[in-house]
Design a protein around this ligand. Structure first.
Ligand code: AMP
Length: 427
């Protein structure tokens, strides 16, 4: 199948071929035609499937084929959970609209609002936004969503995990009732289905691939290891394997900082990316990682969500996530768009129960290898680690609501309950 047969216009096809894509990914093949037809779509797709082009291309097609030359109102709103994802989606929008008369911009918290407002004032057709800054600017009457014709909710599951439900509901009230809605989510919990029901009108449902396909193409391995020896082991793996581009996950921001420092002391270029880092520091770290000047990027789950790093060869779980679905998201950073990858998890005694939960979810046993000199501690407790999970979960929420004072604690406890529920469900 080619992009041409999907009904996209010539300037969009030109932009696609400039990007070097020749065949639509499965989610693109399935989502693009109904979106072009103006239907609401509910798509099951995670990062790495080509989902961004899956909604961006037909959205741009619709806007350019139905121009409103007199005004520059916001005609399409793409809502994403994190700043990084917003920036990446906007980059895609810019690339795909290069040959169209379409203007776009991106807004998110943590940076000065003035340039964002100035850009909006000049008039944009497509706005990519995180919820906090969007609501802030709307409250200040610096933007209007009254003319939105297409609404995209990207990574809806992560939105809910980060406590954005109320914000999404508020945003919905700011848009006209008559509009096209597209919702993307990697997982489909009861809450997500409820949200889909409230947003979408008779949606066409499309699925990228069965959930575990990505998992199957990635080579996964567990190294059982004593907790105190994890740092030594990861440094050995990276140095002796001569790995040049490694994404490492930790459970907490402090853990990410600590590990980054130790990597640097061991002579490995590394940077941490998490919610306590300024936007500038995060952008710089990501750019360094992409251009090869930084070998190791140490990230927390929320910071890494949606990062677009093509062809990532190695992902290491320095610590396993306590939410099994996050493991799938993490290792989905390798083997993107068909390339193969390797995902390694360093597992200490207190993470064994998380490993079992993950294996249950992915429906396979992960091979275990013990490396000489880095054996597990036979006396260590197998009591699961509790610290850090809620702090992580709230990271994105706080980031995006810097300038709003209320609601933080309520969200924190809401997330805490959610985490507790998810953990209970699993045990
Ligand atoms: P996404 O799931 O939207 O984050 O996209 C994952 C990666 O696949 C990105 O690096 C895209 O640039 C790339 N990609 C998207 N669509 C295609 C395609 N049809 N062919 C090859 N690569 C693609």
């Amino acid at each position: 199948m080619s992009f041409k047969t999907l009904g996209l216009s010539e300037p969009i096809l030109r932009a696609i071929s400039k990007k070097g894509y020749d065949t639509p990914s499965p989610i693109q093949a399935k989502a693009i035609p109904p979106v072009i037809e103006g239907k609401d779509v509910l798509a099951s797709a995670q990062t790495g499937t080509g989902k961004t082009a899956g909604f961006t291309l037909p959205l741009l097609h619709f806007l350019s084929e139905n121009p409103k030359p007199k005004y520059r109102d916001i005609r399409a709103l793409i809502l994403t959970p994190t700043r990084e994802l917003a920036a990446q989606v906007h980059n895609n929008v810019k690339e795909y609209s290069e040959f169209l008369n379409i203007r776009s911009t991106v807004i998110f918290g943590g940076v000065n609002q003035k340039p964002q407002v100035a850009r909006i004032k000049q008039g944009v057709d497509v706005l990519v936004a995180t919820p906090g800054r969007l609501i802030d600017l709307e409250n200040q009457r610096l933007l209007s969503l009254k003319h939105v014709e297409v609404f995209v909710l990207d990574e809806a599951d992560r939105m809910l995990d980060m406590g954005f439900l109320r914000d999404i509901e508020r945003v919905m009230k700011l848009m006209p009732d008559k509009r096209q809605n597209l919702m993307f989510s990697a997982t489909f919990s009861k809450d997500i289905k409820k949200l889909a029901y409230s947003i979408l009108n008779n949606p066409v449902q499309v699925e990228a691939t069965p959930e575990n396909t990505a998992v199957e193409v990635i080579q996964q391995k567990v190294h059982r290891v004593a907790k105190a020896k994890k740092t030594g082991l990861i440094i050995k793996l990276i140095s002796e394997g001569n790995w040049q581009q490694v994404l490492v996950f930790t459970r907490t921001k402090h853990g990410a900082n600590r590990l980054t420092k130790k990597m640097i002391s061991a002579g490995i270029t590394a940077a941490a990316i998490h919610g306590n880092k300024s936007q500038g520091a995060r952008t710089k770290a990501l750019a360094g990682f992409k251009n090869g000047s930084i070998r190791v990027l140490v990230a927390t789950d929320i910071a890494a969500r949606g990062l677009d790093i093509p062809l990532l060869p190695h992902v290491v779980n320095f610590e396993l996530p306590n939410i099994a679905e996050d493991y799938v998201h993490r290792i989905g950073r390798t083997g993107r768009a068909g390339a193969s990858g390797e995902a390694i998890s360093l597992v200490s005694a207190d993470e064994i129960s998380y490993l079992r939960g993950i294996e249950k979810l992915i429906n396979m046993k992960v091979d275990v290898e013990i490396i000489e000199g880095f054996e597990p501690d036979p006396n260590a407790s197998t009591e699961p680690i509790k610290q850090g999970q809620n702090r992580n979960r709230n990271q994105g929420r706080n980031r995006n609501s810097n300038s709003r004072s209320s609601g933080g604690n309520k969200n924190a406890s809401r997330n805490k309950n959610r985490n507790r529920r998810r953990n209970n469900n699993r045990s």
